[in-house]
Design a protein around this ligand. Structure first.
Ligand code: HEM
Length: 146
């Protein structure tokens, strides 16, 4: 039986995760606006918060769920649902790791060469991967619970 609060077949954890992930993307958009306005303190604070909250959601909700779904996803590699799951897990993990690296790069005062133009491109790619991960996550939610 559903324990969620969005009126679908999802659990409360999946509903909470869906809402939090959408809010985090809004956070990343705000973060990009701050970066464009050269508000670096605000930019670093938002980025750190988004990456940290997402790490908690991955560890507490999505990672356990991933390992529950793994046997099924492994046996039916060619099916659409498992393909979306693999795409989501790989792209999302990459996006989170890149975000983590960016946070460490600015917080730990890495050499200037890693923080200038290259870091800008890094952040743009990170944002695109994050959006792709969110879209795949929403498709997963839709496929499983609606
Ligand atoms: C940028 C990082 C990530 C974003 C934006 C994201 C987004 C989402 C969203 C919106 C959902 C649908 C809500 C739900 O069903 O819980 C979801 C589900 C899921 N995600 Fe992620 N996710 C991210 C990272 C990851 C990672 C790293 C993994 C792999 C361990 C992962 C595995 C899963 C799984 C297995 C589900 C299905 C959960 C379930 O319904 O039982 N996600 N994700």
């Amino acid at each position: 039986m559903s324990t969620g609060f969005l009126g679908t077949r999802a659990s409360w954890a999946a509903d909470l995760n869906l809402i939090v992930q959408i809010v985090l993307l809004v956070g990343l958009v705000v973060d990009r606006i701050l970066a464009k306005r050269h508000n670096l303190t605000g930019h670093h604070t938002w980025m750190t918060a988004v990456v940290a909250i997402d790490a908690v959601m991955i560890i507490a909700i999505m990672n356990p769920s991933f390992f529950r779904l793994l046997p099924f996803a492994w046996q039916r590699l060619g099916a659409l649902g498992p393909m979306v799951l693999w795409l989501h897990a790989v792209v999302a993990l990459l996006a989170e790791l890149m975000g983590l690296y960016a946070v460490l790069a600015v917080r730990m005062d890495l050499p200037e060469s890693l923080r200038t133009r290259r870091l800008k491109w890094f952040m743009r790619i990170n944002f695109l991967l994050w959006v792709l991960a969110l879209v795949a996550g929403i498709v997963l939610y839709w496929g499983r619970y609606m």
